[in-house]
Structures are given as C-alpha cells and as structure tokens.
Design a protein around this ligand. Structure first.
Ligand code: PMT
Length: 408
C-alpha cells in the first residue's frame, strides 16, 4: 500500500545530529521535511556543526530547544543524554563529518552526540558529507565498514560537485532521500504478508441515549501496536472503540462503540486473521436494558442491572484453526499471577501484562509490559508506547514464526 510521503514518519521521534560540514546548512531543510513527514524532531548540534549554522535556526525549525552540551547541569536536568537516547526512535546524523564517523567508530562519549549514540537502543544512521579525498581515504572507509558491521545505517553519500571545487563522492544525500531512508528504518518486514487484527480503545455501554459506562483507555497502546505491525509489513485491521486518535498510515480502521459491536466486528474477521492482538479495554458488563428515553432524576437512588459482555478474546482463542492470540492484562496488583491466570483460562498464545497507575497504562504516554507465554516472561521496560509497540511486535513475530515452524 502506498504511504503518502507526508505521513511516512508520523508519531516518530527523530533525533538529528548535525556535525561540522559545509552541508550543515542543508540540515535546516531536512528538519523541515522530517516535520512535514509527521516526525517530532530534536537537534543535537556538535561544536563543529555550530560553526556552520546557529542553534537558533534549528530551534525555530524544529520547534524544540537545541541540545549541545554533555556536561551542562541545566541541560542535563531538562533532557540529558540518557533521556535523549531513550526519547529517540531513530538517530540520524546529517551531515556526518569524517570526524564524527571516526569518533563513533572509537565508541567515544566525550560530547553529547557521541554519548547519545552509545546510550541509545534506537537505530543510528549517518549521512556522510565530506571532501571526496577524505571520503576515499582508507581510514574513513575502514571506519564506515566497522560502523556498518555494528548495525549503523549509512545513508549515501552521493557524487557530484563539492563546495571545495572538487568533483566526486562525498556529497550528502538530498533531504527528501534522507527522509525516505529514515522511514525505511522502521519497515522491518517481520510480519510481511500476514493479516493482523487488533482491538484498541475503550467500549461505551449505553445506559440511555445520552449516557454510557466506559473506562479510561485512550487507545494509544493499541494504535501504536497497529502502526508497528503495519510498519512490519502486515495488513492491519484495527477495530477501535471511541478515541480521539488519527488512524495510523496503512491501517484499515473499523469504528465500534459497544462491546457487542466490537465482538461482531472481530468475530466476523477473526478466521481470516493470522494474528489477533486484543489491546482494547472491553467493558466486562453492560446495562441489561438501556432506556430508550433519557432517564429523569425522579428518585434519590438509582440501580442499574448489568449483564456480562461476551469475552471477545476467549472466543477468538477457541476458534478451531484460529489466529495466534495475544491478550493484554491491565492490573493494579498481582500483575504476573493474574496475567498467567488469563493466559491459561482464555487459552492464549501470549499475554502482555501492564501495571496500571503511576503514570503508566491507561491514558499515559508511556507503558511497561511483562510479556508472558508458555516459555516464560520477557520484560519490556518503560518506554513511549510507540517504542514499546515495536518491541512487542518483534516479539510476536518471533513467537508466531516459531509456532508456525512447529506445525510444518
Ligand atoms: O488505551 P491506552 O490508554 O493506551 O491504555 C492501554 C491499556 C492499558 C488499555 C492496554 O495496554 C491494556 O492493558 N488493555 C487491556 C485492558 C483490559 O481490559 O484488560 P482485561 O484484563 O480486563 O482483559 C484481558 C484481555 O481480554 C484483554 O486483552 C481484553 O482486550 C480482552 N477482553 C476482555 C473482556 C472482554 N469482554 N473481551 C475481551 O476481549
């Protein structure tokens, strides 16, 4: 499916490192284009980069303060190198001078950008920009080879006329190409060709035409999983309760309101799915007989009779030849014990347990998951939901593949 160019980095945190090269002026255009593609951008400006372009330019274009100092107490208190390293979904160094490439190869941590690159789990890319002799030098080529072997992604360079008057390889890629290559970093292909069905958000259970029972789910976790699965190459159908969120690119979304509507939408599609991920906070009960008219306050107390909703996840897990099932468990206490109980009782392949409260789980920007299956527990430590969703998706892909191999 085609992703509109202006949507390819939606919800992504891109940390852009700008280092000492005449191409630093092109990084201003790059910041603009990254933001147009939907990314949030923070710039780390090296001392060399600051000789070419001022922090003010990047601050104005990124809409965020520019980071330069490693050992500045004020800067570290606001967002230090570890926070920046965790914040980033990808680190892109553009332009990457011969010097920064050499320093990354040595694993130095004596300036902010090098320290962030050491501390991050996110993919790191370098877009080299230098004189063609410097690029061709065996030292630079050896350094690049080592970085590539460690998983750093080289973006370019390309060939052409250079600022020094020479012609040859060493020109930085154009901003549009760097944006495209950055978006490709997230396209893992781990779920290529698979059909993934996901539930997200709360359900609303009608009391009367204007009132309902619901919960605090924002849908963020499920939408992040939907986006990560689509980026991993899956065809994703997202059955969503009411949320204020935009549909992630390449995701087909079905809107529902109540648990019964979600049940019908899921069961109608589950036999076609390879993987079912139930991240929705489905109401366990609904009013037995919603009033057709608005209920008037004529009495001091009011009782609502509630009846059980269907358990969507348990029904999907019980389908003969049904999909690989991943449940979520939201708990305020006894997290692992309750989650293990749900895994067994609903006969799931995997369950992602999250503790709710204390800034995690419902409504929050971040979460932490204990992912349980028959073989044990994998801890996915606290991170923004988008990052966590990518880690969860990779884990699901690995387990799904393992299970499929067992059936061969
Ligand atoms: O939406 P956010 O604000 O980002 O918050 C994310 C979240 C906390 C809602 C999410 O991470 C989460 O934990 N979702 C599941 C919440 C929940 O309802 O858990 P549960 O323990 O009640 O249900 C267990 C599992 O059964 C869940 O996979 C649920 O989707 C499923 N279920 C429950 C009841 C029901 N009638 N049908 C179901 O399919």
């Amino acid at each position: 499916m085609h992703i509109p160019a202006n949507k390819s980095l939606v919800n992504k945190h891109i940390l852009l490192g700008v280092t000492g090269s005449i191409a630093a002026y092109k990084a201003a255009e790059l910041v603009r284009r990254l933001r147009e593609s939907g990314a949030e951008v923070r710039v780390v400006l090296s001392a060399g980069g600051a000789e070419f372009v001022t922090p003010l330019t990047f601050q104005a274009l990124s809409g965020n303060p520019v980071h330069s100092e490693l050992l500045d107490t004020e800067a570290e208190a606001a967002m230090g190198h570890i926070e920046l390293a965790r914040w980033a979904d990808a680190v892109v160094i553009a332009p990457a001078s011969a010097n920064v490439i050499a320093r990354l190869t040595q694993g130095r941590a004596d300036d902010l950008l090098a320290a962030v690159c050491l501390a991050t789990e996110a993919p790191v890319a370098v877009a080299p920009a230098m004189n063609q002799q410097m690029w061709a030098n065996a030292a630079t080529q050896d350094n690049l080879q080592q970085l590539r072997a460690r998983g750093v992604h080289p973006f370019g360079p390309t060939e052409g006329g250079q600022a020094c008057g020479e012609t040859g390889p060493g020109r930085m890629l154009e901003a549009a190409d760097i944006v495209r290559r950055t978006a490709e970093l997230f396209d893992t292909g781990a779920l290529a060709g698979l059909r993934v069905l996901i539930t997200a958000g709360p359900t609303q259970e009608a009391i009367d035409p204007v009132r309902y029972l619901s919960n605090r789910s924002s849908g963020r976790m499920g939408y992040a999983v939907a986006q990560a699965a689509a980026e991993a190459g899956a065809h994703v159908t997202l059955v969503s309760g009411p949320t204020a969120l935009a549909t992630p690119p390449r995701v087909e979304r079905i809107d529902v309101r109540s648990a019964e509507e979600m049940h019908a939408a899921v069961l109608g599609r589950a036999t076609d799915a390879d993987i079912f991920i139930a991240s929705a906070a489905v109401a366990d009960y609904r009013p037995a007989a919603p009033s057709e008219q608005k209920i008037k306050k004529t009495t001091d107390t009011l009782s609502l009779e509630l009846v059980r909703n269907p358990d969507i996840l348990a029904e999907v897990a019980a389908l003969p030849g049904g999909p690989f099932t991943v449940g979520f468990a939201a708990e305020t206490a006894n997290l692992l014990e309750y989650a293990r109980d749900k895994l067994a009782r609903k006969d799931l392949d995997m369950i992602a347990a999250n503790r709710v409260g204390g800034g995690l789980g419902f409504e929050a920007e971040e979460n932490a998951l204990s992912v349980i299956d028959a073989n044990g527990v994998t801890e996915l430590t606290q991170a923004p939901k988008a990052q966590l969703a990518r880690r969860l998706t990779a884990l699901i892909a690995e387990h799904f593949r393992r299970r499929s191999e067992c059936f061969l």
